[in-house]
Each structure stands twice: as structure tokens, then as C-alpha cells.
Design a protein around this ligand. Structure first.
Ligand SMILES: [Zn+2]
Length: 416
């Protein structure tokens, strides 16, 4: 079991690094506050005497050897970078729980058959270099040297220079990728960032899969005209009222769907020419659909296609569409999920199986090894803001579920 007091103390310590005068924490990847947090973590790992290693993507690893020769590793962790004015739990909690578990196991002299590896991934959050999940993509071979060459942010900072300042290496970047046979499992604790656990009063979330994200940019072409002299009805080809019909239809389809974890959003909309006395001639907007499976997302798309055709007909406008993102959902490993659930029940806790509506490093890790995620309830469902918070009682429970899950998976050893 873990030491609650020590874990709380580490949450507070890391929560001091990168405090933003505007509120919350700003530890954007590879910036000075984030480097300070990295140094803090490295020091913590050195204190407990694990082997510390920084890979070419500047991911931080802390490893203890297993007793069985050549056994693959059980890897667990998350990330310590934040969004601007973020909170102290998103990502950091997963790393600090991993640190506490390694500390506790060493303190008790517990030996595992498999090597255990803590990982703190570089650049999980969206960042000025426009490369989120930087470290996990590099580790799984999805991000290569060529793609990071000559990348700069809007202030002219060079990514490869920042990477090297964090202990990474541009020259060796492709060697970040590791053989999937090195890994037995990847496990991650993260805050839920929603209200499902809180609303049901359940402390432990076992993630079934990470949501797929589909985005289109839609342009509605009408006819700009005088707002006074153009009569209502068929004289008008108002692009904004046509777009509004589409926005509301998208909401209706997903609200009426029996699948709760199927959501859609129009988060960006531009009106042209955007003047009070002109009937809008053109509107462009984004349509984002999130769902666990391709079929769920496709069902919304198909229903919207019918609506596009009918809006074109009824309102004499032309709708054009461009797919800008099509990232499929990623299921978590059934056996790992089952183990987490069983462990949680054995420890006397209620468990909710739920989908992750946000992306995580685990989505990439699941492509190379059997992976699982645990969620901790988020108070008010808030995240990516200074008010982000989770209760220590819930944190302790989930940390112990991960602790026991690691030992259970270690003793199974049926991974070769
Ligand atoms: Zn996160």
C-alpha cells in the first residue's frame, strides 16, 4: 500500500513549480518552469535509488530491475507538463503516484519478477511547437527526426534546441523508439476531467477506451446581400441561418443518441462579411465528433449528410466539407481492465467502467503493448484550469488500486 502523507507532500511540492501570476500552473513543455519540474522529478528518483535515464525525446525514466531474467517491463506514469494556467493534477498525479509506488515497493523490499519503469512523457499537452503527445509518439515510432527538424514556435524558439536543453537529443531522436517486446504493460492514472465518477459517487474509474476524434471544416456558401432591401424568404441565401440549422441538428442527433459518450461540438465559427447590415454570404465552422468506435462517429456523420443535402435544397446554399482530423478510438486491454476491476473490488471500492473523452499518452502506448488507465474523480469535473482538484481520499484509493494491479500483473507473468 502507498503512503498517503508522502504522496500528498509530493503533490504540494510539484504543485509549487511553475506557478503563474495569472493563476494556476504554467509548465509548458521545454520552458524553464517545466525544466525545473523535470529536475525535481529526477532528484526524487535519484533519492529512492532507481536507475534514472533520459531518452532522446527527453522522456524521464526510473527503472528497477526484475528478478526474472529478460522479462519485459511493466511501465507506468503520465506527464508533468501543463496547459497554460492549468492545475496541479492533470498528468502530474499519474507521475507522482508512480513515484510513490516505486518508493513504497523499495521501502518494503518488494521484489517483482518484471522490471518496473516509471515514465514521465515529454510534451503531452498541446504546446507552442504544435506537437502534443510528443514523448509517447516518439517512443512508439510515430514521431521521427525528420518531423521535428526545423520546427519553431511563433516566437522563433527552435524545438530541437529546447529538446536538448531538457536532456533529449536530436541526432539520436529515432532511437527513442523501443522494441514493443521490451514492454509487458503500460498503466496510467489520470484525473477524469469530467463529472461521471463524481456524480455517481464512485472513486475508481477503469477506462474502457480512449475516444476517437473526427473533425471537419464546413463551409456554407450563400449570397451576401443588403440586409434591408432583401425580403425574407426565398430572396435570401443566408449562410448563417443555414449554418445554424446544421449546428442545432448536430446537437440534436448526439443529444438524442442513446450512447452517452458520443458528443459533438461546433467550437469555431466565422461569418463573412460579418457586418450588421449584410445578409451573411459565407459561414465556415468546425464540426467535431467524439465517440469510442468508428461506427458511432460514422452514424452521426451519415445523419448529418442527410441534413447537409436538405439545407442545400431548402435554403439554396452550397455546403462544402474538408476532413481535418480522423483519429480512431483506441480500446484498452481487456485483461488489464479486468485485473483493475477485480483489484478494486477486492479492496472494497466501487468501480465505473467508462470511456476517456480526452486523449492521453496511453492511446499511443496501447498500439504497442497491453495498456490500461485508471481515472480519479475530478471535483466539479474541472480541468485545464487553476480550480482543477481531486480529493485525497480518492487519490489514495486509486493509487492503491494501481499498486495492487502492478503486483497482480507481475505475478501473472503470462506475457511471453
Ligand atoms: Zn493529461
Amino acid at each position: 500500500m502507498i503512503n498517503r502523507t508522502r504522496l500528498l507532500q509530493k503533490i504540494e511540492e510539484l504543485g509549487q513549480i511553475g506557478q503563474d501570476p495569472a493563476g494556476g500552473l504554467t509548465r509548458t513543455t521545454f520552458t524553464p518552469p517545466e525544466l525545473e519540474a523535470r529536475n525535481w522529478l529526477i532528484q526524487q528518483l535519484e533519492t529512492i535509488n532507481v536507475d534514472v535515464h533520459i531518452d532522446p525525446a527527453a522522456n524521464i525514466w526510473g527503472r528497477t530491475e526484475g528478478t526474472r531474467k529478460g522479462a519485459p517491463s511493466i511501465v507506468f506514469g503520465s506527464h508533468i507538463d501543463t496547459v497554460p494556467n492549468g492545475g496541479k493534477y492533470d498528468g502530474a498525479l499519474g507521475v507522482l503516484i508512480a513515484l510513490e509506488i516505486l518508493t513504497s515497493l523499495r521501502e518494503r523490499g518488494v521484489k517483482t519478477m518484471h522490471p518496473l519503469e516509471l515514465i514521465s512523457f515529454s510534451g503531452e499537452e498541446p504546446n507552442p511547437f504544435r506537437l502534443s503527445t510528443f514523448g509517447s509518439r516518439a517512443l512508439t515510432g510515430k514521431l521521427k527526426k525528420e518531423q521535428i527538424q526545423s520546427v519553431t514556435d511563433s516566437s522563433g524558439n527552435v524545438l530541437t534546441e529546447r529538446l536538448e536543453a531538457a536532456g533529449g537529443s536530436y541526432e539520436q531522436f529515432n532511437e527513442t523508439q523501443r522494441n514493443p517486446l521490451d514492454f509487458a504493460h503500460y498503466l496510467e492514472v489520470h484525473i477524469e476531467q469530467g463529472k461521471r465518477l463524481l456524480n455517481q459517487g464512485i472513486p475508481v474509474g477503469v477506462v474502457r477506451g480512449i475516444t476517437g476524434i473526427y473533425r471537419e471544416r464546413i463551409t456554407v456558401q450563400g449570397q451576401a446581400n443588403h440586409a434591408g432591401t432583401t425580403m425574407m424568404g426565398s430572396d435570401r441565401q443566408d449562410a448563417l441561418t443555414a449554418a445554424s440549422q446544421l449546428v442545432l441538428k448536430l446537437e440534436q442527433i448526439t443529444t438524442e443518441s442513446p450512447i452517452a459518450e458520443l458528443v459533438a461540438t461546433v467550437g469555431e465559427l466565422h461569418v463573412y462579411p460579418n457586418a450588421a447590415n449584410i445578409v451573411p454570404g459565407e459561414v465556415s465552422f468546425t464540426m467535431e465528433i467524439r465517440g469510442e468506435t468508428e461506427e458511432q462517429i460514422a452514424s452521426v456523420r451519415t445523419q448529418m449528410e442527410t441534413e447537409f443535402a436538405s439545407v442545400e435544397r431548402q435554403r439554396d446554399v452550397v455546403v462544402t466539407r474538408d476532413v481535418i482530423l480522423d483519429q480512431p478510438g483506441v480500446p484498452m486491454d481487456e485483461m488489464v481492465m479486468k485485473t483493475m476491476e477485480t483489484v478494486s473490488t477486492k479492496l472494497g471500492h466501487k468501480t465505473l467502467i467508462l470511456g476517456s473523452m480526452a486523449g492521453h499518452d496511453a492511446a499511443h502506448m496501447a498500439g504497442v503493448t497491453s495498456s490500461g488507465m485508471l481515472f480519479v474523480p475530478s471535483l466539479e469535473g474541472k480541468s485545464h484550469c487553476p480550480e482543477e482538484e481531486s480529493r485525497m481520499d480518492d487519490i489514495e484509493i486509486v493509487a492503491n488500486v494501481l499498486y495492487e494491479t502492478i503486483l497482480t500483473l507481475d505475478s501473472k507473468g503470462n506475457d511471453e
